[in-house]
Design a binder for this molecule. Sequence first.
Ligand code: AMP
Length: 171
Amino acid sequence: MQLITRHIRDIPDFPKPGILFKDLTPLLGNHEALSFACRELVRPFRDAGITAVLGMEARGFVFGALAAHELKVGFVPLRKPGKLPAATDSVRYDLEYGSAELHMHVDAIGPDDTVLLVDDLIATGGTAAASLELARRAGARIAGCAFVVELDFLAGRDALGETRIHSLVHY
Ligand code: AMP
């Protein structure tokens, strides 16, 4: 995992004073570290019968799409309001900094799907909990969530109930 941690840098006071932002752009910029991270993200879920990977805007798009490619399944984007062109379902939720709303196309997944949620980082767990809610409402089975980084001190996994959570590095 040092290959991953070496490519994560701390940016203090971004986007607000008091937030220590984990910047994963160096990881995105390194092919060896990025492909290792994506293989590790999906490793526990290779035999879980995943039919779709859900990724949250915006950094979840990168890791989610690469995870979907690893699993040879499709990718479903969960987006901020006003971005998805067709009919959507939506959930409002609180962030570590501010509040937000996530949308998913209503025809993206259904009861025949088993989904994996992927994001770059879990902080308070609000984003992931909202994403799980969208998947549940669509009737999909949830295999678990995968994150590159988990901020343990914010106890985000407590917001996700019994859901299987796989995080590559913890701070
Ligand atoms: P949360 O809903 O609190 O779990 O926040 C998770 C989302 O916010 C993820 O999509 C992250 O990209 C972003 N995020 C929250 N806190 C941080 C942080 N300290 N460093 C980097 N990204 C963060």
